[in-house]
Ligand binder design. Structure first.
Ligand code: 0RQ
Length: 495
């Protein structure tokens, strides 16, 4: 044992945390998420509930987490509020059934809102570390996320010292905490590779009430293999970007890429790497996925910084076995830096995110199924989209075997407005919305991106809608959604 702090079992650590506490957990995606203490806390909640006592805590993280955090706490009905993002089925159910209050936040804003005191006191930080020193220097693991702020702001700190992650990770993090207004200064990053901070987070050692020793992998599932549809979307994105370069609108040295989460995003990066005219590129993104590592190995991606290293277990093992090959190529940052609008605008980042639904005018719904049920959250998509050099949204043109058109007359919930969304890409084609008015946008989206079986319905909607700057029929704007709820198929929409 190389630290002087009390060593606790996860159960002993959970016993310290009272009902109603607000907890800042490490984790940005399941990468680097606390694991043992939240599971023990869920077990404590079950015992408390069985004894007839209330037990719920506020759960703040960087982004989504793994099953032993969001899953266990949600199943135990132990979460009074959750922010800023989640993707766990049990947590999603708890939110949509109204048992957990969820507030969906732009990920770049989480740390400052905690510092400003907008989200209440942080009673505990529960943080996974690869190392902790007597002077309070904490070496984080496979993510940074909002962890530095939770460590700084929390009254008390519990460390999950996870020996699965090697101490040789020292040097892969760039920890930098912003000052608050009115004393904020420009962030001195002018190149995706710039380092501006320290390698470890310093926390007042007097706040560390215990260390729980573990050896557990991150709970990251594999990706579904690329399908014909995601492959085609990826190729369309790569073709579009290569054409932008050929036209001189993207410099020949290329620009840093931000790429969202999920299978489409993985396919897009694969297709970009394979395109003969796209040069070696860099990522300034939030989630570093498997395809980034594959792109580095193939020599297509030169550098990536992000808030987390969210790769499958075998890919992480391979990275850890060859860490020296990734020195200077991978850098993990706090989410208020990885997603910072000032830097996105300065670096000229090309953002590529996935939409759940778009409408014919280019508004995008990233979060709510049929406008009602929370899927995951807005994540970082807004941080990047609003400030990007070119903002791109991708999605398959249909969902649920064609019963849902991802392109609707009007979005049933709006996360990104027509003012921020510049390019829409499906497996059908590309709608370049730049410099277009609402009518031109509608024609471009319907003709280039909608599925063939929905084109006439959408054109019919547009042609029968009331005229004005943006043609809209308040009677049938949600006809697609109503049809799906009534018959299970949007093709039955009555326009
Ligand atoms: O449901 O699995 O039950 O069939 O929605 O759809 O196609 O698997 O999409 O995994 O790429 O995720 C927007 C959710 C897409 C994600 C979203 C149904 C569909 C399926 C999921 P089933 P896919 P993906 C950086 C950026 C917001 C955060 C973000 C996301 C399920 O990308 O959370 O961008 N984005 N962050 O069948 C009803 C529709 C539908 C629909 C699809 N129109 N209506 N259901 N589905 N379209 C990363 C971070 O911020 C951390």
């Amino acid at each position: 044992m190389s630290h002087p702090f009390p060593t606790l079992t996860a159960e002993e650590a959970a016993e310290l945390i009272p009902h109603d506490a607000n907890i800042g957990f490490s984790g940005f995606t399941p990468a680097g998420a606390a694991k043992a203490v939240p599971t023990a806390l869920a077990q404590k909640a079950v015992r408390e509930h069985e004894a007839g006592r209330d037990f719920k805590v506020g759960v703040l993280t960087g982004a989504s987490t793994g099953a032993s955090l969001d899953g266990e706490l949600a199943k135990a009905d132990a979460v009074k509020f959750r922010t800023p993002y989640q993707s766990n089925p049990d947590m999603r159910k708890s939110i949509n059934e109204g048992r957990t209050r969820f507030f969906d936040m732009h990920l770049s804003q989480v740390q400052q809102q905690v510092r400003y005191g907008f989200l209440g006191n942080i009673d505990y930080a529960v943080v996974e570390a690869a190392d902790v020193a007597a002077d309070g220097k904490v070496l984080l693991t496979s993510s940074v996320g909002a962890t530095p702020t939770y460590l700084n702001k929390a009254d008390k700190v519990i460390i999950e010292l996870n020996s699965y992650h090697p101490k040789q990770l020292l040097g892969f993090h760039d920890i930098y905490e912003l000052r608050d207004p009115p004393n904020r200064r420009p962030i001195p990053i002018s190149n995706a590779e710039d380092r501006i901070g320290s390698q470890r987070v310093w926390v007042d050692p007097k706040k560390i009430v215990g260390v729980v020793e573990t050896n557990r992998p991150d709970e990251i599932g594999g990706f579904t293999p690329t399908s014909a549809i995601t492959q085609k979307i990826g190729e369309n994105v790569a073709e579009f970007l290569a054409a932008e370069m050929a036209a001189g609108r993207v410099p020949s040295t290329f620009l840093p890429i931000q790429s969202g989460v999920g299978n489409v995003a993985n396919a897009v990066l694969g297709a970009m790497g394979a395109h003969p005219d796209i040069p070696v590129f860099q990522l300034y993104t939030e989630v570093i996925q498997d395809s980034v590592i594959a792109g580095m190995k193939e020599g297509n991606i030169g550098f990536a910084s992000g808030a987390s290293l969210t790769v499958s277990p075998d890919v992480l093992q391979d990275i850890y076995a060859n860490l020296e090959n990734y020195q200077g190529k991978l850098l993990l940052r706090p989410q208020e830096i990885s997603n910072n609008p000032e830097i996105v605008r300065r670096l000229g980042i090309i953002s590529i995110n996935t939409a759940l639904e778009t409408d014919i005018f280019g508004n995008v719904n990233s979060t709510h199924v049929l406008g009602q049920k929370m899927m995951n959250g807005i994540g970082g998509s807004g941080d990047f989209t609003r400030n990007a050099y070119i903002s791109i949204f991708t999605c398959p043109s249909t969902a649920k075997g064609g019963a849902i058109s991802a392109i609707a007359p009007l979005c049933s919930h709006m996360d990104h407005s027509e003012h921020s969304v510049q390019v829409l890409i499906t497996e059908q084609g590309v709608a370049d919305l730049r410099g277009k008015n609402p009518e031109e946008r509608a024609m471009s989206i319907i003709n280039n991106c909608a599925a063939p079986e929905y084109k006439d319905l959408l054109l019919n909607y547009y042609n029968t809608a009331k005229s004005g700057h943006t043609r809209q029929s308040l009677d049938s704007a949600f006809a697609f959604h109503k049809a799906f709820m009534e018959t299970g198929n949007m093709q039955d929409a009555k326009i």
